[in-house]
Design a protein around this ligand. Structure first.
Ligand code: FAD
Ligand code: NAI
Length: 463
């Protein structure tokens, strides 16, 4: 006889594991299926966490090599032990994935180890055993998008997975795609002294981002030595023992040329992953891009089957997946689970960081909404000067009539932490004036947020 659960979650990434924990808190008997050896999904194993570990280590190295002297600190010849850096990254990942295992035990979530295959809408098989559930949540995540003519071997031509594992700093790294992964991992290897060239199809970096921020971002990363080939496409890669030769062409067409490098990082986006789930057995519908189709309550076309996270529409971000995990668990418990998609921040963890929430200026213009802008540069912020990190600015967009905050964009030191205040402002329906009248500790980077809010009304104090 097959064992039965109130809820089976397929996939233990940030969407799936959070959903499982929340459902268990709400009294359900829950199992979570994960085929990987460890819990935590893409994010903890090969995504957010290892990339941030390497970003931190490489930032420390870069500081020691280039900036300690500014502070009067001499450290002699700085050396790089990449093997130790990689081992530290593995330790950080291990602590995080074990943390999820602990949380599963604490909340009595059963981990079904293996690949889940649908047998019917409410039944799955895992490692030769059958299980049934009142409800099933698909949280199977995403995978990197391949590019015709560029075959990934995870050694010379790598996705982010191989790009996080290099055992030698490449002499020249070419990154295909100027998005989140390309700029974060490009920064890691640039700081460790690789020559880095980013080839981007469009005329700008991180295309969904506010254009003014995008321009500043390109300039600041350029100062760090990253080279950009915008409006350019890669049409082929030839791998040899001593490196890779890429064929690149102007995006609009024109003469092809060759670009030689040691390693290629392919980072042109990710796509929903449903391989191996045998969704046909349940009859779950996918859209034209292979994403599971859901309604506003995360329900698929099959009663009792739901989906969340990277496998459905929306930004492919861990915290978006987590919010959906909590919401669907609460909906299944009869509560009013809900996700405010207008208040999901996006952060690129380069240095300076780039963070955004809500609408961009381009989106507001396109929708014809009248808005006000307030901006404040970090060059005028005392704390940023003390840190020696004055590149960038805070920009707040608010409704012209009501002053309600519609969007906020930061490029600057710790932008990813600072954006939280503005996410909360949007969540609470705050006005720029509310932020301007809130006391901000001195000297803090957040004072730039207050000043940008004052600038919305044309009355910044420190510029
Ligand atoms: P995933 O985390 O992909 O988890 C899905 C899990 O399902 C996987 O473990 C997979 O093995 C399992 N699975 C799939 N099919 C089956 C099956 N049939 N049976 C059993 N198990 C199955 N986002 C951020 O917000 N911040 C960041 O800093 C960030 N950095 C990133 C860096 C990199 C290099 C990458 C690649 C991504 C990064 N992301 C980041 C994105 C983030 O990782 C994803 O948005 C997030 O992991 C999505 O969560 P998920 O639960 O939907 O899916
Ligand atoms: P991305 O969507 O962020 O960027 C892909 C870039 O590649 C775009 O700028 C696009 O215009 C470009 N591109 C597409 N096709 C191309 C081609 N043929 N040639 C050249 N350029 C091309 O995707 P990326 O960087 O692969 O990351 C995937 C997703 O993972 C992100 O969108 C994000 O959701 C998530 N992620 C989030 C992070 C964070 O939150 N800090 C960090 C890393 C990943």
């Amino acid at each position: 006889m097959s064992e039965s659960f109130d809820l089976i979650v397929i996939g233990a990434g940030p969407g799936g594991y959070v959903c499982a924990i929340r459902a268990a808190q709400l009294g359900m008997k829950v199992a979570c299926v994960e085929k990987r050896e460890t819990l935590g999904g893409t994010c903890l194993n090969i995504g957010c966490i290892p990339s941030k570990a390497l970003l931190q280590s490489s930032e420390n190295y870069d500081e020691a090599v280039h900036h300690f002297a500014d502070h009067g600190i001499g450290v002699g010849q700085v050396s790089l032990d990449l093997a130790r850096m990689q081992a530290r990254k593995a330790e950080v990942v291990s602590a995080n994935v074990k943390g999820v295992e602990f949380l599963f035990k604490k909340n009595k979530v059963t981990w079904l180890k293996g690949e889940a295959k649908f047998l019917a809408g409410n039944r799955i098989a895992v490692a030769g055993q059958e299980y049934e559930a009142k409800n099933i949540v698909i949280a199977s995540g995403s995978e990197s998008i391949p590019l015709r003519g560029v075959e990934v071997d995870e050694k010379r031509v790598v996705t982010s997975t191989g790009g996080l594992e290099l055992d030698k700093v490449p002499g020249h790294l070419v990154v295909i795609g100027g998005g989140y992964i390309g700029l974060e991992l490009g920064s890691v290897w640039r700081r460790l002294s690789a020559e880095v060239t980013v080839v981007e199809f469009l005329d700008r970096l991180v295309p969904g981002m506010d254009a003014e921020v995008g321009k500043t971002f390109e300039r600041v990363l350029g100062k760090q030595g990253i080279k950009f080939r915008l409006k350019t496409k890669v049409t082929g890669a030839t791998v040899a023992d001593n490196g890779v030769t890429l064929t690149v062409e102007p995006a609009a067409g024109g003469a092809a040329e060759e670009l030689r490098c040691d390693v290629v990082l392919l980072a042109i986006g990710r796509r929903a992953f449903t391989g191996g789930l045998n969704l046909d057995a349940a009859g779950v519908a996918l859209d034209e891009r292979g994403r599971v189709v859901v309604d506003n309550h995360f329900a698929t076309n099959v009663p009792g089957v739901y989906a969340i996270g990277d496998v459905i529409t929306g930004p492919m971000l861990a915290h978006k997946a987590e919010e959906e995990g909590v919401a669907v668990a609460e909906i299944l418990a009869g509560q009013a689970g809900h996700v405010n998609y207008g208040a999901i921040p996006g952060v690129v963890y380069t240095w300076p960081e780039v963070a955004a929430v809500g609408e961009t200026e381009e989106q507001l213009k396109a929708s014809g909404r009248a808005y006000k802008v307030g901006k404040f540069p970090f060059t005028a912020n005392g704390r940023a000067r003390a840190m020696g990190s004055t590149d960038g600015f805070v920009k707040i967009l608010s409704d012209k009539d009501t002053d309600r905050v519609l969007g906020a964009h930061i490029i600057g030191p710790d932008a990813g932490t600072m954006i939280a205040e503005l996410v909360l402002a949007i969540e609470f329906g705050a006005s720029a004036e509310d932020i301007a009248r809130t006391s901000h500790a001195h000297p803090s980077l957040n004072e730039a947020v207050k000043e940008a809010a004052l600038a919305v009304d044309g009355r910044p104090l420190h510029i």
